[in-house]
Design a protein around this ligand. Structure first.
Ligand code: TXA
Ligand code: MG
Length: 286
């Protein structure tokens, strides 16, 4: 369901349920799997999902709850769906301050993955009406709490050796620099930092639209095409989305090449095919 936060309305799903997360991508009509921000009610809960270095600890103490998202190394055993992080080893976490978001997260008792609650390619919604303009009929509910106070998405920061601003947003960078010193700026543009961050790619090569395995290949099936594993034996695109990153990881290194069954190019199939094409593209392995 969609819910108010102090920045913009989010479209939330249980972050440890791959099928619920797949429905978020589906409702938004996202043509690709960008990693999503995981929302939790407190820093204490956040610490169970990711590893915080010194700078991250300081930022969390200073600015959470509030419009700051930290991209941090994923903690082992955190139980997050691979679809939330788009297979990355990092996770973006935020503790929103809005009382309605706080109440929802506390009541839910699970981390909630939520992108902005708009159709892909349209602007972020700052009222429940905006949400329904794009998503009415595609989502179960919206928790209406009036207009968002900040009205801009959260500021996204990756800590680590060089703290880097990935997206300017509701928390001014000056405030962050006062807390931890100068930031590097991500130069690749600000529309979709996740798109530009190093994406998970398997070591094995990929061959797409395969109906059988050739020598040296392991087959990843879908629907009628059966293989060593299947993204969804019943041809369910939601299930396939939920299984995609886990299946690629499981098969990676078991053969020279992973052959992948054809995935229909509609609904979530577009995002699945986008990710498969990226993973299959020739790349510099140095
Ligand atoms: O204010 C906000 O941040 C709102 C509210 C709902 O919390 N959410 C929001 O989500 O703006 P979204 O999905 O529209 O933007 C999240 C951005 C995406 O561009 C994504 O690529 C990036 O965060 N992101 C998420 N996880 C990442 C990761 N592990 N590494 C790099 N970028 C990441
Ligand atoms: Mg967005």
């Amino acid at each position: 369901m969609a819910f108010a936060t102090e920045t913009v309305y989010g479209l939330g799903a249980t972050a440890n349920d791959g099928r619920a997360v797949a429905r978020v991508y589906e409702a938004k009509g996202r043509p690709s799997f960008n990693p999503l921000i995981v929302h939790v009610p407190s820093s204490e809960v956040a610490q169970t999902l990711a590893r915080f270095d010194d700078a991250a600890q300081r930022l969390a103490a200073a600015f959470w709850p509030g419009p700051l998202t930290l991209v941090l190394p994923r903690a082992p055993g955190a139980g997050l769906s691979d679809l939330v992080t788009a297979g990355l080893d990092t996770v973006a976490i935020r503790v929103p301050s809005h009382p309605v978001a706080q109440a929802l997260l506390t009541e839910a008792g699970v981390p909630v993955a939520a992108p902005s609650a708009n159709l892909s390619g349209t602007v972020s919604p700052t009222s429940a009406d905006h949400v329904l303009d794009g998503l009415d009929g595609r989502i179960d509910a919206v928790l209406d709490a009036g207009p968002c106070e900040v009205g801009l998405e959260s500021t996204i920061l990756a800590t680590g050796d060089v703290p880097t601003l990935l997206r300017p947003g509701g928390l001014p960078t000056e405030a962050i620099e006062d807390c931890i010193g100068p930031l590097a700026r991500y130069e690749g543009g600000v529309v979709a930092p996740g798109q530009l961050a190093s994406h998970y790619a398997p070591h094995s090569a990929l061959r797409l639209d395969a109906t059988h395995a050739e020598p040296g290949e392991v087959l990843l099936g879908f629907g009628q095409v059966t293989g060593a594993r299947s993204l969804s034996a019943t041809g369910d695109l939601r299930e396939a989305a939920a299984n995609l990153f886990g299946a690629l990881r499981a098969l990676d290194g078991t053969a020279d090449r992973i052959a992948v069954a054809p995935i229909p190019q509609h609904g979530l199939g577009q995002a699945i095919n986008d990710r498969l094409r990226r993973a299959a593209a020739p790349r510099d392995r140095a």
